[in-house]
Design a protein around this ligand. Structure first.
Ligand code: NAD
Length: 350
């Protein structure tokens, strides 16, 4: 394999492979860009079938973080780490300390945080050996901690903006179908219900859907039918790659706006959505509330009010993307990528 000519390599500044014999750590840290500041992005732990797949994931996610951080107007670049291993089986404090030493050796070029398969508790282990980590436990009143509710706030405001743009109205009386009711989906449902939205919900864990039904009166729908529900908005808050050539023709909603990362199975699916007259809120723009929270925690000196003010810019950014996409007859996903690249290039020139 020629790493430098992989399609996902895309000009990465640095890729580091870390191995620790004592703990069995096998990790990859990909730094796509430090043009805007130190590369920030979480650490994923996953039982990748091969190191090639782990590398591809790290590269894709890392470039995604460059775009996400640029669009969120953060003074952070893009990077991502992956640890190869099953989070339910291979996690030990020593493993995360070894990972922390790898992060530390980069001298602050990369800042880590939790992601799929890793937790605040794991990041506490990392923090024992390096200061280049965020998403740590916080006392009440301090900025930081679980980013889920902040991501949910950004998604909620983004749904409002998408509805205003596509349907020319407010949320009250609309139906939103939410796929996935975890750290983001649950607080999102609360915000929507408070605006008089009717909820349709599904989660692979039936008890989570039941909890939302009891708390907010949501209608539970079968997991495999959520995307094709009769609803005004679909909010994917579970998995990536849910929007594909197979699923898009079955969609009935006119708006897709949710938290899940990498919702498009392929880049070309953005065009399929546009041709179907469906407004898609690009995932890394609408779901930036969590990274905004993490960034403010890392930099320190912020208040909850500052974090909220930064999250409230998400709907403005989405509306700018929607308008440019309409004007240029381009998919919103293409326009978001263009705008992110423009920001990175403008900074490199400055
Ligand atoms: P989570 O793991 O807490 O919740 C995800 C939920 O989806 C789980 O309850 C799971 O049972 C459910 N699920 C899995 N497969 C499903 C399916 N096929 N149908 C319905 N439900 C299914 O994760 P989260 O923190 O809520 O994040 C949700 C999504 O948003 C993820 O894609 C994540 O990468 C993305 N995201 C999260 C944040 C954040 O701050 N937590 C920030 C940005 C993006």
């Amino acid at each position: 394999m020629d790493l430098f000519s992989l399609p996902d390599f895309d000009g990465h500044e640095q890729v580091v492979f870390g191995h620790d014999r004592a703990t069995g750590l096998r990790a990859i840290i990909a730094i796509h860009s430090t043009a805007l500041g130190p590369a920030a992005g979480g650490c994923r732990m996953w039982a990748y079938p091969s190191s090639d797949e782990a590398l591809t994931d790290a590269l894709r996610l890392s470039r995604g973080m460059s775009y996400k951080n640029a669009m969120a107007e953060l003074d952070l670049g893009g990077g991502k780490a992956v640890i190869i291993g099953d989070a339910r089986v291979h996690k030990t404090p020593a493993l995360f300390q070894a990972f922390g030493r790898l992060v530390d050796a980069l001298g602050g070029r990369y800042i880590t945080a939790e992601d799929v398969g890793t937790s605040t508790a794991d990041m506490e282990q990392v923090a024992g050996v390096t200061r280049f980590v965020s998403g740590l436990k916080r006392a009440s009143g301090e900025v930081g901690g679980d980013p889920g509710p902040k991501t949910a706030l950004g998604v909620f405001l983004g749904i409002q903006a998408a509805v205003r743009f596509q349907l020319g109205r407010g949320l009250e009386g609309l139906t939103v179908a939410v796929q996935g009711l975890g750290g983001v989906g649950h607080p999102l449902c609360r915000l929507l219900a408070a605006e008089g939205v009717r909820l349709k919900v599904a989660d692979a864990r039936a008890e989570l859907a039941e909890r939302i039904r009891e708390e907010l009166g949501a209608a539970i729908v079968p997991v495999d039918t959520l995307l094709e529900q009769d609803a005004d908005v679909i909010a994917p808050c579970a998995l990536g790659a849910v929007l594909s050539a197979q699923s898009i023709p079955r969609l009935r909603a006119r708006i897709i706006a949710g938290a899940a990362n990498n919702q498009l199975a392929r880049e070309s699916d953005g065009e399929l959505l546009m041709k179907a007259g469906i407004l898609y809120a690009p995932d890394y723009v609408i779901n930036a509330g969590g990274i905004i929270n993490v960034a403010h925690e890392y930099r320190g000196g912020s208040s909850e009010a500052t974090v909220h003010a930064a999250i409230k810019k998400i709907p403005e950014r989405l509306t700018a993307i929607f308008e440019r996409a309409r004007h240029e007859s381009l998919p919103t996903s293409t326009v978001a990528d263009q705008m992110a690249r423009e920001r990175l290039q403008a900074h490199r020139r400055a």
